[in-house]
Design a protein around this ligand. Structure first.
Ligand code: SIN
Ligand code: FE2
Length: 225
């Protein structure tokens, strides 16, 4: 499948080079993988991530069960996703700093909107962005995103930096997940009948990425409220 609108808008390097490369892939009803969708914005995304992380540094949160997450996290937007001994929740205040999260960078908002639209979810306006940093060895176990108020709103997930294996399962925990290799600039969108699919990330292999160095960054853009 080609993507004439996006190509024309962004001047994507891969545009028109081959009809053979499927750049958009339907994973299952309501879920799409948009290969390289974020690449045209990589420099702006990196600058925005640095800006957010200077204000609200990455930290390893604690799960309700007392486990320190291997993924380092921060947030931007009106709502931030947090976990601590009391549970998972969205909060307008960063508990580490006692202040609101940094505002959502326009480039995040725009990318999330455009990716959601390309995947069949027009009009998406995220109010929360969780920024995950995976250093080599970090992983994220299978879970559902279900702390949001309205499941009609999709999830937009942006991969930057080192490659990773994304686990994309079914709506029951026991459904065996597909293993999807994700690389820099790939965007996965899931909503509708796929909104509550289990997903996770396998342990990150070590490596070096020309833009981001020794890590993978994932942006998870959501409508929390
Ligand atoms: C998440 O589910 O919050 C992150 C998924 C990813 O890192 O690809
Ligand atoms: Fe998730």
């Amino acid at each position: 499948m080609t993507r004439p609108d996006h190509d024309a808008m962004t001047g994507d390097l891969f545009a028109g080079t081959s009809g053979a490369l499927p750049r958009y892939e339907t994973l299952c009803p309501g879920a799409m993988l948009l290969r390289g969708f974020a690449r045209p914005a990589e420099a702006a995304l990196q600058a925005a991530i640095d800006h957010v992380a200077r204000a609200a540094p990455f930290r390893h949160m604690i799960t309700p069960g007392g486990y320190r997450m291997s993924v380092a996290m921060t947030n931007c937007g009106t709502y931030g996703w947090v976990t601590d001994r009391h549970g998972y929740r969205y909060d307008t205040i960063d508990p580490e700093r006692g202040k609101p999260w940094p505002p959502m960078p326009k480039v995040f908002e725009r990318l999330a909107h455009d990716a959601a639209e390309a995947a069949g979810f027009p009009g998406f306006t995220p109010d929360a962005c969780l920024i995950n940093r995976y250093d080599p060895g970090a992983r994220l176990s299978l879970h559902q995103d279900k702390d949001e108020r309205d499941y009609d709103q999709p999830i937009v997930s942006v991969s930057l930096g080192l490659p990773a294996t994304f686990l994309f399962g079914g709506v029951r925990r026991k459904d065996r997940p597909a293993q999807l290799p994700l690389t820099h600039g790939d965007v996965v969108v899931w909503g509708g009948p796929s909104r509550l699919r289990y997903h996770g990330v396998k342990r990150l292999e070590t490596g070096h990425h020309p833009l981001l160095g020794r890590c993978r960054i994932n942006l998870t853009l959501r409508r929390a409220v």
